[in-house]
Design a protein around this ligand. Sequence first.
Ligand code: SF4
Ligand code: SF4
Length: 381
Amino acid sequence: MFPTKIGRRRFIKTTSSAFLGVAVAPIWSAGPARAKTEQMPTPEYRILGRTGLKVTAVAMGVMNCSDPAVLLRAYDLGVNFYDTANVYMAGKNEEMVGKVFREKRDKVLIQTKIRLKPTEQENRATFETSLRRLQTDYVDVLLWHALQAPEEVSNPEAFECMQKLKKEGKVRFHGFSSHSNMASLLREGAKLNFHDVALVSYNFTHTNELKEAVAIAAKSGIGIVAMKTQAGGYKTEKIGSLSPHQAALRIVLTDHNISTTVPGVTTIEQLDECVAVMGTELSRNDCGTLEQYQSFLQGRICTMCGGCIGECPHGVAHSDLLRAVMYRDGYQNDRLVQEMFGEGDRIQKIKQCAECSACSVRCRRGLDIHAQLKSVYAILS
Ligand code: SF4
Ligand code: SF4
């Protein structure tokens, strides 16, 4: 989305003209202050592509949250869109969403995700489980979870299954999510007049290739939901007194092809911090904050830039596996790492990496791929 190293002058050029020449007061310190004085931020709404749904620009990624009070706080602040998935917390995440919003179902929009399985029967069974946990008879958005290949985006069986669920009134709108190869998947989605929504990782570390694909997909009518907006939410004290998470969220929101964002919050403080970003402008201070955050992340996480896709001589999709490093070091959530490797053949793949004598793939951003994957494997085993 943005240059590898954000040059301040170049960065300013690419952001809103309202920012140019106007030193807007930094909101970074204003966020927590708002929460303390209980001044409610004014929700900013955007339209979720062809669904026509009016969604708050900052929504909630529920994935790591196990505290119902955080959801209730989000609701009180006007947040109207909640993202969960069938696999999160082995179902407990959907259960919590269901419990909290049982009496408020018509006032919130719920998005969940299921893994694409080979048969319609399996997909239906998974989805019915989600409906039961969510205590509802429909979801506003159902996504195929974590697609990786363009062929999955245009899979005719998946299309047929969603159409049936839509006709039955169990799904209002549908689409897909992805963490890797996202630009290709978005371009594929844009060619089809089919998907309503796409959920993709999108933050200041991403390349212009992804930004362009997002624009193409949005133009085709797909509502774009951005996740991983804070690039892992790394502990900010490690880079001094600056807290970069609001700045990171704000830069995502400067792209109006993004309908909404789902930062994964776990506490009321984090939620307040994110929600306070709505309706604010970008300041010069934010650019400086992001530059520091960018430097901090350099060599720590795979930004999914796509620069080395397909380079592993053993065919391992290592950038997908490297997401675990963000979960471990940024989210500090080993449970999520375990969950991620409980699916598919990822555990075999990372074992293969750990057993490699050295990695022949070279990361363009200085990440020691082999060391990172070995350290994740150590947790798993
Ligand atoms: S460590 Fe080995 S298997 Fe893993 S990505 Fe590198 S070359 Fe491929
Ligand atoms: S390992 Fe490095 S080059 Fe490869 S996708 Fe990740 S950040 Fe890009």
